[in-house]
Design a protein around this ligand. Structure first.
Ligand code: AMP
Length: 217
């Protein structure tokens, strides 16, 4: 199964990706996670990407497309993938279509997690993540049992560097101007599915499965 998750920062793409990985046994490919790993390792690519990330802007298409091309070539992606946070603009979406056409495996669905703008700021500034276990919490809507500690691994939760109010406002602006046009792009391609992202994560996941189960095979 080859799918794209579309949605503003904080719409729940990462959380749903984790569920989808388990159900369909395909990898989540998050360009944000791949870029953060480069930043943490202090690679030249990471250093170049960091400035754009700290400013809530998009990292250059050349960097992101190179990363995606490499990642899609790995063994675990041959039976499908969940793209989370990629593509982020029309040129990336067009480049993805070309890459997938080359291997004769076109994208099957673009899943849009729809969340009203007002809700996103609170979701993002309240987000806390566990780096090792990959769990995602929210101090307002989905807190861990013990404050600041992951329920699964017991590790300390961290706030992403770009989840501060200033950068969040810029990221939401970037979404509106550059990423939102992808909704129309995939709608015209007949691949768009809209999902109301303002409900419980289990209910949302059920909607995903109803759409994606028939695509298995
Ligand atoms: P995310 O974890 O998806 O919210 O991404 C965090 C940051 O990484 C974004 O604000 C961008 O600066 C950068 N980023 C992630 N994915 C992309 C992409 N597909 N194209 C350009 N920049 C990206």
């Amino acid at each position: 199964m080859r799918i794209v998750l579309l949605g503003a920062p904080g719409s729940g793409k990462g959380t749903q990706s984790k569920f989808l990985v388990e159900r369909y046994n395909i990898p989540q490919i998050s360009t944000g996670d791949l870029l953060r790993a480069q930043v943490t390792q202090g690679t030249p690519l990471g250093l170049e990407a960091k400035q754009a990330m700290d400013n809530g802007q998009l990292v250059s298409d050349a960097i992101v497309l190179g990363m995606i091309r490499d990642r899609l070539g790995e063994a675990d992606a041959q039976n499908g993938f969940i793209l989370d946070g990629f593509p982020r603009n029309i040129p990336q979406a067009e480049a993805l279509d070309v890459m997938l056409a080359e291997i004769g495996k076109p994208l099957q669905a673009a899943m849009l997690l729809d969340v009203p703008f007002d809700d996103l700021m609170r979701r993002l500034t309240g987000r806390r993540t566990a780096v090792q276990s990959g769990m995602i919490y929210n101090i307002y809507t989905n807190p861990p049992k013990q404050e600041g500690i992951c329920d699964v691994s017991g590790e300390a939760l961290v706030q992403r560097a770009d989840d501060n109010e200033d950068t969040v406002a810029k990221r939401l602006h970037t979404f509106e101007t550059q990423t939102a046009p992808l909704i129309e792009f995939y709608d015209q391609a007949g691949k768009l599915h809209r999902i109301n992202g303002q409900r419980g994560m289990d209910v949302i996941f059920n909607d995903f499965c109803a759409i994606l189960d028939p695509l298995k095979a």
